[in-house]
Design a protein. Structure first.
Length: 113
């Protein structure tokens, strides 16, 4: 059974940083592409970043240069390091096993002074 569990969200001031984690179980982590998505109130869920089994990464234009996605195969964990956070980054962030129906439960990130 596949499970994705996110953590690391919270309240941070503009310009601050947070690191999100997504622990995956029930999959061979190193063989899969993991992604982060986010959904702000009243908006559709949108792509943030992804990391392939090759280590290749892809980012939405809105987060390039500020966010970094990484993975730890030994810990079956994907990370999203978020720096220089802005108010418009406020959203629920979801981990996703790309190409599957599996999503995490989401973790709230709020950027506010």
């Amino acid at each position: 059974q596949v499970q994705l569990v996110e953590s690391g969200g919270g309240l941070v001031q503009p310009g601050g940083s947070l690191r999100l984690s997504c622990v995956a179980s029930g999959i061979i982590f190193r063989l899969n592409t993991m992604g982060w998505f986010r959904q702000a109130p009243g908006k559709q869920r949108e792509f943030v970043a992804a990391i392939a089994s090759t280590g290749n990464t892809n980012y939405a234009d809105s987060v390039k240069g500020r966010f970094t996605i990484s993975g730890d195969n030994a810990k079956n964990t994907a990370y999203l390091q978020m720096n220089s956070l802005k108010a418009e980054d406020t959203a629920v962030y979801y981990c996703h096993l790309v190409g599957s129906v599996y999503w995490g439960q989401g973790t709230q990130v709020t950027v506010s002074s």
